[in-house]
Design a protein around this ligand. Sequence first.
Ligand SMILES: [Fe+2]
Length: 199
Amino acid sequence: MSADQHLRAFIDAAKMAFDAQVTAPAGRQSCARIFEELDGPITVRGQTPERLPVCDLLAQATRPEMFAQGPLRSVVEAFNALEPHLKWRRRAGDRPKASANFEDNHVLSMIVGPGGLMPHAQVYLGVNFQAPNVRYPDHTHPPEETYLVLSDSEFSQDGETWFPPGIGGTFYNPPGILHAMRSGDTPLFAMWALWAERE
Ligand SMILES: [Fe+2]
């Protein structure tokens, strides 16, 4: 299968998984808009796939048998098939409250979105991965964001109190909210879907 076929399969699986797992009404509304937008033709940009050293741990977090059969396992399998086409990168910007080991132990990949495998101005669909015991910096952004968490990891919406959504857990970040995430003894793996309003 070509990159665009893998991407189509991943988007379709992500649509099913977000639809099955997201409960917050604002998150459901946001995801409906996002996946309706992605129903159209797929345009894959020619990009050179790129991995960073921490990606060697990725397989620990993406074994299909770690996920319940159904939409969750399907989206992880579709992700695994797409992964060889992805470009992984470090987070840009400042790092308030990040752990000292953050720099070399975190990566993200923008699958759809600005600079992504499929460029898009309003939809950002991608994944975060962190090695064990890494805290992501507190950050904010204007686009609203729905997370589909795929590991036993903790998340914060104020930079101080933490909650574990669990594997398959979801939550919604309203525009501009402060948020962060941290891994425990196992890697953190999560998908996000953002909707950016037109300027
Ligand atoms: Fe975010």
